[in-house]
Design a protein around this ligand. Sequence first.
Ligand code: GLA
Length: 340
Amino acid sequence: MSSLRVRAHAPGRVNLIGGHVDYAGGMVLPMAIQLGTTVVAQRGHDRVALRSVSEDEPAVLALEPVDPTTVTPRWASYVAAVLAELASREGIVGEVTTTIPIGTGLSSSAALEVAVALALLGPDAMEGLDRVRLAQQCQRAELAASGVPCGIMDQLASLCGAEGQALLLDCTTLVTRLVPVPDDVAFVVIDSGQPRTLAGSGYAQRRAEVEAAAAVLGPLPGLDVAVLDGLEDPILRRRARHVITEHRRVLQFVDALAAGDRDGAGALMRESHESLRHDHEVTTDVLDALVEDLCARPGVFGARLTGGGWGGGVIAMTEPGALQEGWTVRPSAGATVEAL
Ligand code: GLA
């Protein structure tokens, strides 16, 4: 057993556009951000014991897998789920810190999963690391811990981020393309003040509705909206329309950014929010009012819900310095682990 001290760091992510399309196999455009979660720990133990500066109770776990939903405190269930998923035979003892505001839609849980996974795997695993496979393992851990059948976006963004770049993720092939983020715009996240948790929300139901629509029409991304006539149920028609149009907006947004068309890109963000509001029905009055308010401010090109919905944060694309509040998020490198 090695007794190496390690530091693993996993960034949070913000989704610029492409909401609720990852689980439908569509395109999404997140970026890993400078806010993240860090695990500093000693490897080579026969158990996992992690303290968190933002939690009262530590996560203390034997290496034998347990049902994560039976684990307390709540945050420890994510640690237990990662441990079980990796079937790790070496534990870690150390501390977790985070700069990600919890419940704002910046993927604090994915960052915790990825940071714990990398601390367990250790620095030797970095060479030739299969980041897509690890993202899938962490996605399964999220489902096991929270019961939320999330897509792959958050974990993949945290693992594959790159300095100065957003990530165009094809959620069918899991191929990633880097998209440079122009420096004449700023991305600012504003918390709606409505704390959000996707557990117990309509997230699983939305996913089931999208899958029901796809069972009739086939994979939705890339289809023409004309095919929606083939769906009788008006709810399924709205959900499918969201996926079809949102997937297309992601590609248009990438083109607008590349062309330096800030107004065009901002308009697509606003359309994305309207689609999440009316067709996918995952926003709230508070989020809608916040987006409307932000879009009316000078120097704001567009804004939309980021994250899963039913509360949490909004992302605005602005002239640099146009907004004083919120967190200005910058595209950052993906997760790493190093020996100390
Ligand atoms: C949550 C999920 C993601 C994605 C978004 C909505 O963050 O974890 O997989 O579905 O919601 O775009």
